[in-house]
Design a binder for this molecule. Structure first.
Ligand code: HT7
Ligand code: ZN
Length: 880
């Protein structure tokens, strides 16, 4: 595969003003006719260069320019391009091709999922539908007609508004849709199927009524209300917070079962992985409900950040994805608990994105080269990109940020632009110079920020010295200093916040502020500090960095109790847990008896005993750092020692705090039994506390705890409680109860694919011995198929990513298993294959024996035959 470079970007030679598409959908093929009204791009130079259209896996049936049919000598047809000589500046191309959605297992372009036709065109899927200039800076007005047999495909949808429809004599019918907005081909969509929908409407801030429809297979019609409520909340929030109004008369969402990612923001016709839109209390957990709310919002928000203003080229992907993730995170924070949302996002970022940033696929938020763009829908583009936007928001303040976003949307509406254009709008609106800040877009890797304090009791000054560095990443040996916003405060010995006055300032200004660290080494000195304070640093995780400050365990316990910033209270608890767990890891490695620092128990006891604390915060504070996070923090990750240390700590917590946990569990469960289910913040908080308490209690392995587990499993009226009880049983030594619960669950939910995904995941994640054999056996379960990405993620993905002790077995069988699945999937679905192999790319984190085994499997994949560009890029970069 060829590498594409940002530096080679050139404006398109030709533009496509109008795109008229006709799809004739049949069971064994589809005919696509495209009429493209084209002209020379005045911005691209003079003369009439050859026109090079993208096209892959297309059977060309006919081709004409300005109604003149072309013969074979009039064009060149290769594997991925069709080249011809345009006759003049303005011309019309007509092409007809045959494609095969019925055998498309890659789920890119036009394909069939559970009997319906649907599309996925981002990033480069449209070229598998017709010959086109398949690049985001070519924007066109689309008109689409589709026809199919009416009884099998009564619903025919595309982007924009329906403008005509009719029947044919042979049982077929057709519909024409017109999208009044210019858009790139990646936002094109069509759907044809036997679908039902729920309908609602939304009155926009300017008083227009928009019809809202969510389509689904008939059996899932009862699972759409939460998605619809989420959509209406999103529309309102975007008006209130960003001043953005919806622009078409209709907004549609369609749920499909086979989908490579979460969802897709096609103009007016979003297509969703069913897991991201279907939700019902009996079949979807609270987490799933929150995910639906977040993904519906994310796709809806793209209508402005992505569709109305789109990307010039795919190197700018974070322009729309980072911004939209930031927007959806703020939406979720406003709809639920802000602190808990931030905790969840930061835990995810630090475990997963930091690992990516420290591995062989590390790349900047705006990459400068790629082989396969599908591989660049990464945590760096999405999550780190969102952190970059959050930092701009922090540095500029909410008001100036909003002015910047207004300017950006006004200035660039209808255009395909760059990250630089976004920054320029922010600078112009705020007057803040972001030149140095832009390094966050161009430099990869996670910066380290070491902080040192010095107190002068005579001068009453307190200074903080920040030293930043960033480790080398592929292609980037040396890094220049970043601008790092550090939100902070100072606490006195009673836990009170001190007024903050920096040297040179006239007076104190508040008790919390943002220090913009921009040099490799930089000191900030506070004056009028009567006694040595305790700093609270990086509040709300104000920058995606690895901050270190030499806190003692007692100081961390103090911050856990007194910090006014909820995020930092949690963070202090995490740092305390990390210190204590790392000590246990050391003990395990030295073959010593494990001994837990009682301060961790004391800290958790006071959290549990404090009934005034938000239950969601209690649940978060009780959760020990994940094994994956502990591995990320290690120089060399000792999988077995980490697992042993964490399990030991969990057992000690369970033993020492059993009575408190039991009391809190009983109170929560009683409330669940007596209150009808609602997916609201208070109930979600209560259930998360209840379930984490149960998971600790279960470690006592007593009959009374098994009884409460079974009671919760049998009698819960919702999936959050039922699944948590199932997970506890699955991880327990009670074989009969476990087998019984698994069988009952599978029998009851066998026809619900999304619930069965959860059933697979719970088992795949179990760290008990024999995990690989259990997963291998489940691959033969009738509900499992490699062709469905959700199933692959639920079983194989959960095993390789969440079950460290079993996946990293010292005989290498876990690695071999994963490589076998990657090789099988490479032929079926390259995008899923390349994502699945991520855990193998992290081989440098492990001991030399495991390194050799993991490398061996990567080499076996490389030698396994014809590799897709997706898999080739990840494997070859991992081995480099
Ligand atoms: N913008 C969407 C990206 C997407 C995608 C990319 C590659 C392959 C399949 C895909 N499905 C959706 C999703 C989003 O970020 O909103
Ligand atoms: Zn997105």
């Amino acid at each position: 595969p060829k590498t594409v470079y940002l530096k080679d970007y050139r404006a398109p030679d030709y533009l496509i003003d109008e795109t008229h598409l006709t799809f004739e959908l049949f069971e064994d093929h589809t005919l696509v006719h495209a009429q493209l009204v084209m002209r020379r791009n005045p911005a691209a130079g003079s003369g009439l260069p050859p026109l090079v259209l993208d096209g892959q896996q297309l059977e060309l049936l006919s081709l004409a320019v300005d109604d003149v049919p072309l013969g074979e000598g009039d064009y060149q047809l290769g594997d991925s391009h069709l080249t011809l000589q345009p006759p003049r500046d303005e011309f019309v191309i007509d092409s007809s091709v045959r494609i095969h959605p019925e055998s498309n297992t890659a789920l890119e372009g036009l394909y069939k999922s559970s009997g319906m036709f649907c599309t996925q065109c981002e990033a480069e899927g449209f070229r598998k539908i017709t010959f086109y200039l398949d690049r985001p800076d070519v924007m066109s007005k689309f008109t689409t007609t589709l026809s199919a047999v009416q009884k099998d495909y009564p619903v025919l949808l595309s982007n924009g508004n329906p403008i005509a429809s009719g029947q044919e004599e042979d049982g077929r019918h057709w519909a024409t849709w017109q999208d009044p907005f210019m858009k790139p081909a990646y936002l094109f969509a069509l759907v044809a199927g036997d679908l039902w929908c729920i309908e609602d409407s939304f009155r926009t801030m300017s008083g227009r009524d928009v019809a809202l429809r969510i389509y689904v297979e008939p059996e899932n019609i009862g699972k759409l209300q939460h998605g619809m409520d989420s959509l209406k909340k999103s529309m309102k929030w975007d008006e209130e917070v960003y001043g953005r109004e919806y622009d078409l008369d209709i907004f549609m969402i369609v749920a499909v079962n086979d989908f490579n990612m979460g969802a897709m923001e096609n103009k007016g016709l979003n297509i969703f992985n069913s897991s991201c839109v279907l939700a019902h209390p009996e079949t979807a957990t609270d987490a799933a409900h929150q995910r639906v709310e977040a993904v519906v919002a994310h796709e809806y928000f793209h209508n402005w950040s992505g569709n109305r203003v789109t990307c010039r080229d795919w190197f700018q992907l974070s322009l729309k994805e980072g911004f939209t993730v930031f927007r959806d995170a703020e939406f979720s924070a406003d709809m639920n608990s802000r602190t808990v949302k931030r905790i969840e996002d930061v835990a995810f970022l630090r475990t997963q994105q930091f690992a990516e940033d420290g591995g062989p696929m590390a790349h900047p938020v705006r990459p400068d080269a790629y082989m396969e763009i599908s591989n660049f829908y990464t945590l760096t583009i999405y999550e780190k990109g969102a952190e970059v936007l959050r930092m701009i928001h922090t540095l500029l303040g909410a008001e100036a940020f909003r002015q910047g976003s207004d300017l950006y949307f006004d200035r660039h509406d209808g255009q395909a632009v760059t990250c630089d254009d976004f920054i320029k709008a922010m600078e112009d609106a705020s007057g803040v110079d972001l030149a140095q800040f832009k390094r966050w877009y161009t430099q990869s890797g996670t910066p380290r920020l070491a902080v040192e304090e010095a107190y002068d009791p005579v001068a009453h000054t307190y200074s903080l010295t920040f030293r930043q560095s960033c480790p080398p990443t592929p292609g980037q040996e040396h890094k220049e200093p970043f601008v790092i916003p550090v939100a902070m405060g100072l606490l006195d010995a009673h836990g009170n916040e001190l007024p903050l006055r920096l040297a040179g300032e006239d007076a104190a200004d508040g008790t919390s502020r943002v220090l913009a660290v921009s040099a490799a080494e930089q000191r900030f000195t506070f004056v009028d500090v009567a006694h040595k304070p305790l700093p609270s640093l990086l509040r709300g995780f104000s920058a995606p960095v690895k901050l270190s400050f030499p806190y003692s365990r007692d100081q961390l316990m103090f911050l856990m109790q007194h910090d006014s910033d909820g995020f930092n209270r949690w963070e202090a608890g995490q740092q305390l847990s990390v210190q204590v767990l790392q000590e246990l890891v050391d003990q395990h490695q030295r073959d010593e008896a494990l001994s837990l620092d009682p301060r961790l128990i004391a800290a958790l006891r006071s959290v549990l005993a404090d009934e005034s604390l938000d239950a969601a915060m209690v649940a978060e504070m009780l959760s020990l750092p994940a094994e994956a996070y502990l591995a990320e923090l290690s120089e060399v990750a000792d999988v077995d020692a980490i697992h042993a240390a964490r399990e030991f700590a969990r057992r000690e917590i369970s033993r020492e705090l059993f009575d408190l946990l039991w009391a809190r569990y009983q109170t929560c469960r009683e409330a669940s039994r007596t209150t009808p289910y609602a997916a609201d913040a208070a109930q979600i908080a209560r259930r998360s506390l209840q379930n984490i308490a149960l998971s600790y209690l279960a470690l006592a392995a007593s009959d009374e705890v098994v009884d409460v587990c079974e009671e919760q499993f049998e009698h819960a009226d919702n999936m959050t409680e039922r699944l948590a009880a199932l997970a506890v049983l699955v991880n327990s030594p009670f074989e009969a109860e476990k087998a019984n619960a698994l069988a009952k669950f599978a029998d009851y939910f066998k026809d619900d694919a999304l619930v069965m995904d959860q059933w697979f995941s719970v088992q795949a994640g179990s760290p008990l011995p024999g995990g690989l054999e259990r997963v291998e056996a489940l691959m033969h379960h009738p509900a499992f198929t490699l062709k469905n990405p959700n199933k692959v993620r639920a079983l194989i993905g959960a095993f390789a990513n969440q079950n460290h002790v079993n996946f990293h077995r010292l005989d290498g069988a876990g690695y071999r298993f994963l490589a076998d699945q990657v090789i099988a999937l490479n032929a079926l679905n390259p995008q899923i294959a390349s994502r699945l192999l991520t855990p193998l790319t992290r081989w440098r984190k492990f001991d030399s024996a495991r390194q050799a085994l993991m490398r061996g499997e990567l080499e076996r994949i490389l030698a396994s035959g014809e590799l897709s560009s997706d898999v080739f890029e990840v494997v070859s970069k991992s081995l480099a």
